[in-house]
Write a protein that binds this ligand. Structure first.
Ligand code: BGP
Length: 478
């Protein structure tokens, strides 16, 4: 077994909108997820064009981390975590995104979170934007479709750097930037929920709109990275993409080509821009062939070049198979979550194909392409856990999943890839992004909270908690 490098970032992750709750506490403005009655890929899309007062949305309470962060981070410390990835809710800092001055109460909350991490010997890793924009910006600018949002995002990030740079070295700009607007269409419905329009009537859901919104995120990310490099050279700022390897379903070279072209646009495109600092030729070809027009201002391309990130990070959950042969069990392309069945793989209870070797393949592909340090920012198994009478939770399936994926990471390191951290998703049970459920649990720590709204919110350690504690303690698998 390959030894994990010295100083390896044994982490775990969360996102503000999935754990904090307290959606309107201490001056926080509503964010896009606050407006969702259920997960983002539930059809019909459940975003409400006008806010319905008094209605319960999963994000409004979530697991109430806002009031329980001290207990939660103490548990992470007990697990021996070296790094904790969490996101800041933009609207706690700038409630509408448009204020001149930040909301001190919001900054104070993250002061506490950061300090709690440091007290427990945990390195904080901040995601600047994790599917979480002030809803007012959707109303006013159609979210990221409006170029004005770039400057507002910069102001928010500058505020965070000023406050936290001395205590937080590791940052990521946009979570899974490629899922918010990708060639695969509105995966997860995120184009509605996460970004540029809160109301179908205001901006047509067409590729030009989606790629325009994405371009603005690229420019925003690059500006923020360049700014940090200039003022805070000790910071490390990465991009974050969802990596879904695409395999050809058959050995027909046409399937191989299909898988290559789909994987370029879905998994590589955004990181090509963010790591290499330029639009790749295949993306420009994709725009040309599909009549996609992206308006760029003079200087944008130069800014992308100047704002290349320091490291690459990915979330990794599954692989999919694509084929040009339309037949039983096969479809051209295949959607994000499922594609076509791979007969060698099992699926999770939510239909995600489990493929540890795919992670090794993904890491090696990224390593060869970019040559920058790689962080696995998310990887985990969504499963419904059972609490035994004595309160224990035997999630051996989660341990098995993570163990096999960690073996794959070790394999990739052994293959020569430069992986510097592994952040299982998630640190603690939380509201699922895609389904809005509590039932789809990922955490090492169980939270007594259920989809019907019941539960004491009490925390308890699952078997995986002790397993991961041991992995960290010995810097690798047994
Ligand atoms: C990623 C998101 C996370 C997380 C994870 C699991 O796409 O970055 O926020 O939710 O997926 O997905 P889900 O909760 O939909 O099962």
């Amino acid at each position: 077994m390959t030894a994990f490098p010295e100083g390896f970032l044994w982490g775990a992750g969360t996102a503000a909108n999935q754990i904090e709750g307290a959606w309107d506490a201490d001056g926080k403005g509503p964010t896009v997820p606050d407006m969702c009655t259920a997960g983002s890929n539930t059809e019909p899309r459940l975003i409400t064009p006008t806010f319905e007062e008094g209605k319960t949305y999963p994000n409004h309470e979530a697991i109430d981390h806002y009031h329980r962060y001290a207990e939660d981070i103490a548990l992470l410390g007990e697990m021996g975590l070296k790094a904790y990835r969490f996101s800041v809710a933009w609207s706690r800092i700038y409630p509408t995104g448009m204020e001149e001055e930040p909301n001190e109460a919001g900054l104070a909350f993250y002061d506490h979170v950061v300090d709690a991490c440091l007290e427990h010997g945990i390195e904080p890793v901040i995601t600047l934007s994790h599917y979480d924009m002030p809803y007012a910006l959707v109303e006013r600018y159609n979210g990221w479709y409006g170029r004005e949002v770039i400057g507002l995002f910069e102001r928010y990030c500058h505020t965070l750097f000023e406050r936290f740079a001395a205590r937080v070295r590791w940052w990521m700009t946009f979570n899974e930037i490629n899922t918010s607007v990708s060639s695969m269409g509105c995966v997860f419905g995120v184009s509605t929920v996460r970004g540029y329009r809160g109301n179908v009537s205001r901006a047509p859901d067409e590729p030009s709109v989606r790629f325009q919104a994405l371009h603005h995120q690229f420019v925003a990310s690059a500006r923020v990275v360049a700014y940090a490099h200039e003022r805070y050279p000790e910071l490390r700022i990465g991009c974050m993409s969802s990596f879904v390897p695409m395999y050809p379903l058959t050995t027909d070279p046409k399937d191989v080509l299909l898988a290559q072209s789909k994987m370029r646009m879905s998994s590589f495109f955004c990181s090509d821009v963010q790591v290499r600092g330029e639009y790749p030729g295949y993306a420009l070809a994709h725009f040309r062939r599909n009549g996609i027009e992206v308006r760029m201002e003079p200087g944008d391309l130069e800014e992308l070049r100047r704002g290349a990130v320091d490291y690459y990070s990915m979330s990794y959950y599954m692989t999919v198979c694509l084929t040009t042969h339309v037949g039983e069990g096969a479809a051209v392309g295949g959607n994000f979550s499922f594609g076509n069945r791979n007969e060698y793989l099992e699926t999770s209870d939510w239909g995600w194909q489990i493929d540890p070797d795919g992670l090794r393949y993904a890491i090696n592909a990224v390593n060869d392409r970019y040559g920058v340090p790689i962080v696995i920012a998310e990887n985990g198994l969504g499963a419904a856990d059972t609490v035994e009478e004595d309160g224990s939770i035997h999630d051996d399936y989660r341990i098995a999943y993570l163990e096999r994926h960690l073996e794959a990471v070790a394999g990739a390191i052994d293959d020569g890839s430069n992986v510097i951290g592994f952040f299982p998703w998630g640190a603690i049970d939380m509201v699922s992004t895609s389904t809005g459920e509590m039932k789809k649990r990922y955490g090492f720590i169980y939270v007594d909270k259920h989809d019907d709204g019941t539960g004491t919110l009490a925390r308890s350690r699952k078997d995986s908690f002790f397993w991961y504690r041991d992995v960290i303690a010995r810097n690798g698998l047994a």
